[in-house]
Design a protein around this ligand. Structure first.
Ligand SMILES: O=C(CO)COP(=O)(O)O
Length: 259
């Protein structure tokens, strides 16, 4: 099986205006050494209003920092006030887009059908979706986390062909670990990430399941990243709060040097 390149992605959520975005990406570029880029692919996911500034900086200074958006419309164009389309994101050279984040599911009522239509929209325009899945506390307490996550996965991947599925990134983000400081144990993360990989093999093939990167997200910091990513089926991290501090995010990118 080919080795999957670790991916560390920073979901800035609704933080940083476009000036602050430039400053943060510059600080991150200063904090990273050449060898850090060999360690992991580095990606930031700023708000829409920052994307043009980040693109100009990354492009102009030839930074090895990728970027993407936090949401995508299911539609290509038209009367959808407030939405941002796949063609717009593709024109800005976004490589990635978050789809199905628990905050979108919760505050914007995005169900599996909506998530599925956004995954399709991303692929249609050559953008790799970072599909977020994860259970809430009640589901975890009932021990139903694997079933819950696999059902979200099945819903999101409906009618997605293998050639596209192998390019998806999946982020397992237990809702109870997001922004709470309560990180999942490496064993908890491994259990669900491994189950995701098995389901990808069932839905597609062992080639697809071996190629897809499965990330963990939820209170990842510099000093817990290494233990989680040491697990076989965890290929990186989707980082919220800690991605807003360049030094802390750089420490996560150097995950295998911290302990
Ligand atoms: O939701 C997250 C990333 O998408 C995780 O957020 P925190 O790292 O702040 O817990």
């Amino acid at each position: 099986m080919t080795k999957r390149q670790p991916l560390i992605a920073g979901n800035w959520k609704m933080n940083n205006n476009h000036f602050e975005a430039i400053a943060l990406v510059q600080k991150l570029a200063f904090a990273l050494k050449d060898k850090d880029y060999d360690n992991a692919e580095v990606v930031v996911l700023p708000p829409f209003t920052d994307l043009r500034s980040v693109q100009t900086l990354v492009d102009g200074d030839k930074l090895r920092i990728g970027f993407g958006a936090q949401d995508i419309s299911a539609h290509d164009k038209g009367a959808y006030t407030g939405e941002i389309s796949g063609p717009m994101l593709a024109k800005l050279e976004c490589s990635y887009v978050l789809v199905g984040h628990s905050e979108r599911r919760e505050y914007h009522n995005e169900d599996d059908a909506v998530v599925n239509s956004k995954v399709k929209a991303a692929f249609k325009h050559g953008i790799a979706p970072i599909l977020c899945v994860g259970e809430g506390l009640e589901v975890r307490k009932a021990g139903q986390q694997v079933e819950h996550v696999l059902s979200q996965l099945d819903g999101a991947l409906k009618e997605i062909p293998a050639e596209q599925a192998e390019k998806i990134v999946i982020a397992y983000e237990p809702v109870w670990a997001i922004g709470t400081g309560e990180v999942a144990t490496p064993e908890d993360a491994q259990e669900v990430c491994a189950a995701i990989r098995v389901r990808l093999a069932e839905l597609y093939s062992s080639e697809v399941s071996g190629a897809v990167r499965v990330l963990y997200g939820g209170s990842v910091k510099g000093d817990n990243a290494g233990d989680i990513m040491a697990k076989d089926d965890v290929d990186g991290a989707l980082v919220g709060g800690a991605s807003l501090k360049a030094d802390e995010f750089a420490k996560i990118i150097r995950f295998n040097e911290n302990g």
